[in-house]
Every structure is written in structure tokens, then in C-alpha cells.
Design a protein around this ligand. Structure first.
Ligand SMILES: *Cc1c(COP(=O)(O)O)cnc(C)c1O
Length: 478
């Protein structure tokens, strides 16, 4: 396929959009320009391929397709069936899963589908059994009341937020924290690592219905074999949310005990992070939960997005190619090069390093909060995000950490030498930034002082680092 075809496709699309609302066309073009210019170290972001992006802009968006392949509530879904079945087949083959459900619109939605499937499968409720058997006419008002009470209040054990867990694993700002009675496991204060004996103790004491593993800010591998043994010992369903590291599983960097698919009862993921697909979610499971998972829409999801399922099929086909395994390995090599570069310059890293795609800098070592560090880096053309560190004294808003990740820059082609240069730039900004004061002269957790000349010089060096690695080299909008 010629590069010319990609340029023509995007140019023509913008021309058509410009004919109706030029400001939207301009914003789309400006977004490409911004992405091309920024040194993007956001661990949850990536750059999807032109084929993946182009598969989304079409008339599949016009179609309603509630239900699943071969069991739709709407007529005329044969072409949607084709792409949904293809995406699911690629997902099953890629991850070695017996069932894949590719409809979730996002990672949060994938988790809701999984929670519903587990509750429906596991909660001991005669009323729920009747409802599941579609004997709803036999249910009294009292039965429905009991069913609602029994579905709520079930127990979930997941990784604590400040250790890197995710909001959707039973924390208050998310509905999961209101539905479930949640308890969390943290990490060892000395090493920053998951202490499986403590997880085991917590599971024995709490007897959760669901044990959740998975994270968005833990820089290490998780031993899913041990987690499954813990789940089995207390009769819990073991769920893994691999939203962040699905690309490393797909690329066979995480294998054996570190591959969640053979160990978990159910696996959820996003498709847009390290997996490098369109913005969306997915659920993988064995035959026991497949039927409940397939009820995702309309049980908890709105109508599926067939155009996004088409893009998922394209991205998953890409992830099955041998060069994706090479990409996944380079993500981790780059994260390690970045971590080594930071450590050598004196930075403090949570767990002392990384064995996945992300690095968590404890910026209290530089006398800063995460918020100050994030803004100072942004002023210098380096895009990261602030994040709690374990037992964070600055809470979830200001935080004491900066999370950086390599999936996006690795897609652009940057390697170990550029990671070392990036570490130098980050260290320069953080070591030259000092905390500011509020209006009353008191120390501020948000304000900071950074010489604009330093920010400008680092920004220029960051831009120079990117020059040899153009983003979307096949796309020329001019
Ligand atoms: C990103 C993430 C999610 C949420 O994904 P969305 O697509 O933003 O809804 C869920 N779980 C984990 C572990 C994540 O990292």
C-alpha cells in the first residue's frame, strides 16, 4: 500500500469535513500537529496505525447491533457480524482465549461487563436464578428486592489505588466502589513490590467473591499463577484487568506465570493503550462465563460501536504479526533504558526500576509534588502525568509521583539512546524546578519556579530528539 494512499485518504476526509464545519477539520489537523511535536510519555497512550484509524470513519457508525453475532435485536446486521466475528477471532488467537467479547466501548465498560458476568454466575440467590432462567413472572416484589440487595454488597479484593490499582477495582469515585464491599492489598513498603503472602492473608480474612489483579501504575510484572492459587484457596473468581499491559501479553513479553489469560477466570482490557488499537475495551474468558459476558449489551452497555469493532479487527490483525512481538519487547527495553538513565542521574524510582512499560518517579526526591513536576515538564515540552506513589503523603490530587511510559515513543521508533537523552531532559527540569509559594507566602503544592530559559532549552532538545522519528510519516496533510 502506498504512502500516497494514506495521505490522500486523510486529506480527502478533512476536505469533506471542512465543507461542513471547518473548525472541526482544523482541530483534527491541529491535533496531528500537536501529537507530532510532543514528547509523549503518557503510559496509557499510543498511536494507532492509519489502517486502524481509517477503519473507524464509515457507515458502520450508522448501524444498531444490540445483542451478539447471530443473536441480534436488530435486523440487517450481517456485515457487523462479519467484523465483530473477525475481531473476536483475532483476539482469541492472539491471546489464546476460548472466548472474546469485543463490544465494550472502553476499559471501564469492559470491567462492568465482567462484574455483571461474575455476579450473575456466582451470587447465591434463588431470585437471581429464576430471573436468569427467564422465569421473571414467578418473581414477587420481595424477590426483586432481595435480588437487588444480594447483587450489591458483594466482596471484592483489589490492588490499592496508591499502589497502582485502578478506580474501577472497587474505589469510591467509580460505581464499583458503591456496588462492592471492597478491600485492597498494597505493596511492601520496603520494596514497593506486591507481597503475595499479604494478599493471601487478606483473601483468607475477607473471603472476596472477586479477586482482582491489574494496575495502571505498578512498574512490575504480576505473578498471576500465585494470584490464581490464592483465589482458588478462598473460592474467589480471579479477574485480571490488563488494560495497561495487554500489548506486552499480545507481544509475548509476559508469558508463563505472567500471562494472565491461562490463569484468570476472566480478563478485561482496553484496546488503545499498549495494544495500540482504537479507543475501546474487550473481555476474554473461558466457556463458563461466556454466556453472561455476551449479555454485556444491553445489560450494561449501550449499542455496540460497529465502526470501532472494525478497527479492533484491524488492530488485532496487526498485533498478530511477528513485528508486534518485536515492538512489545522494545517497549520494555526502552522503559528499562529510561529507568536506568534516571537512576544514574539520582532519581528515586518506585520499586527501583521497571519490568514493564512504565516507570514511576518519586519526585519528593526533587523536593516537588507530582503536580509541580507534571507542569514544569509540560512547560518544557515533555508530556507526562502525575500519579500517587505508595502511601503518598500528598494525596491523589497533588501526588508525589510522575508516571512515564514508553508505548507511544516506541511506536515512533525511539530507542535506548533517545531514552537516555529523555532521562537527562527529565532530570534537568526536575532538578531545576523549585516549589513556589502561595499568596500568603506559605509553601504551595501547586506553584513552582522554573527558569523559562531552561524550559525553552529543554523543549528545543525534546523537539530535536523527535525529528529523526516522524509520527505518521505516511501522512502528509499539506
Ligand atoms: C485505563 C484503565 C481502565 C479504563 O479504561 P477506559 O478506556 O479509560 O475506560 C481500566 N482499568 C485499568 C487498569 C486501566 O489502566
Amino acid at each position: 500500500m502506498s504512502r500516497n494512499a494514506e495521505s490522500t485518504a486523510f486529506r480527502s476526509a478533512l476536505e469533506v469535513v471542512r465543507g461542513v464545519e471547518p473548525r472541526v477539520a482544523d482541530a483534527i489537523a491541529a491535533e496531528l500537529a500537536d501529537q507530532r511535536e510532543s514528547l509523549k510519555l503518557i503510559a496509557s497512550e499510543n498511536y494507532a496505525s492509519p489502517a486502524t484509524l481509517l477503519a473507524m470513519g464509515n457507515w458502520f457508525s450508522d448501524k444498531y447491533a444490540e445483542g451478539t453475532v447471530g443473536r441480534r435485536f436488530y435486523a440487517g446486521c450481517q456485515n457487523v457480524d462479519t467484523v465483530e466475528a473477525l475481531a473476536a477471532e483475532h483476539a482469541r488467537e492472539l491471546f489464546g482465549a476460548s472466548h472474546a467479547y469485543v463490544q465494550p466501548h472502553s476499559g471501564i465498560d469492559a470491567n462492568l461487563v465482567a462484574f455483571w458476568a461474575i455476579l450473575a454466575d456466582r451470587v447465591e440467590s434463588p431470585a437471581l436464578r429464576k430471573a436468569q432462567a427467564r422465569q421473571v413472572n414467578d418473581l414477587t416484589e420481595a424477590d426483586w428486592f432481595a435480588l437487588r440487595r444480594e447483587l450489591g454488597n458483594q466482596r471484592m479484593l483489589g490492588m490499592s489505588l496508591d499502589a497502582g490499582g485502578h478506580l474501577t477495582h472497587g474505589f469510591r469515585p467509580n460505581i464499583s466502589g458503591k456496588m462492592f464491599d471492597q478491600r485492597s492489598y498494597g505493596t511492601d513498603p520496603a520494596t514497593g513490590l506486591i507481597d503475595y503472602d499479604r494478599v493471601d492473608e487478606a483473601a483468607r480474612e475477607f473471603k472476596p467473591l472477586i479477586l482482582v489483579a491489574g494496575y495502571s501504575a505498578y512498574p512490575r510484572k504480576v505473578n498471576f499463577r500465585i494470584m490464581r492459587e490464592i483465589a482458588d484457596s478462598v473460592g474467589a473468581t480471579f479477574m485480571v484487568d490488563m488494560a495497561h499491559f495487554a500489548g506486552l501479553v499480545a507481544g509475548k513479553v509476559f508469558t508463563g506465570d505472567f500471562d494472565p489469560v491461562p490463569h484468570a477466570h476472566i480478563v478485561t482490557t482496553t484496546t488503545h493503550k499498549s495494544l495500540r488499537g482504537p479507543r475501546g475495551g474487550m473481555v476474554l474468558c473461558g466457556p463458563e462465563l461466556a454466556d453472561q459476558v455476551d449479555r454485556g449489551c444491553p445489560m450494561v452497555l449501550g449499542g455496540p460501536l460497529p465502526h470501532v469493532m472494525a478497527a479492533k479487527a484491524v488492530a488485532l490483525a496487526e498485533a498478530r504479526r511477528p513485528d508486534f512481538a518485536d515492538y512489545a519487547q522494545r517497549i520494555v527495553d526502552n522503559a528499562q533504558a529510561l529507568a536506568d538513565g534516571l537512576l544514574r542521574r539520582g532519581a528515586t524510582l518506585v520499586t527501583g526500576g521497571t519490568d514493564n512499560h512504565l516507570v514511576l518517579i518519586d519526585v519528593s526526591g526533587y523536593g516537588l509534588t507530582g503536580r509541580q513536576a507534571e507542569q514544569a515538564l509540560l512547560d518544557s515540552g515533555i508530556v507526562t502525568n502525575r500519579n500517587s506513589v505508595p502511601q503518598d503523603p500528598n494525596g491523589a490530587w497533588y501526588t508525589s509521583g510522575i508516571r512515564i511510559g514508553t508505548p507511544a515513543l516506541t511506536t515512533r521508533g525511539l530507542g535506548a539512546a533517545e531514552m537516555d537523552a529523555t532521562a537527562e531532559l527529565i532530570h534537568t527540569v526536575l532538578s531545576q524546578t523549585t516549589p513556589g509559594t502561595g499568596p500568603d507566602g506559605a509553601p504551595s503544592k501547586a506553584k513552582y519556579v522554573l527558569d523559562p530559559a531552561v524550559a525553552e532549552s529543554v523543549g528545543k532538545q525534546a523537539a530535536d530528539l523527535l525529528t529523526p522519528f516522524p509520527l505518521y510519516p505516511s501522512v502528509d496533510l499539506a
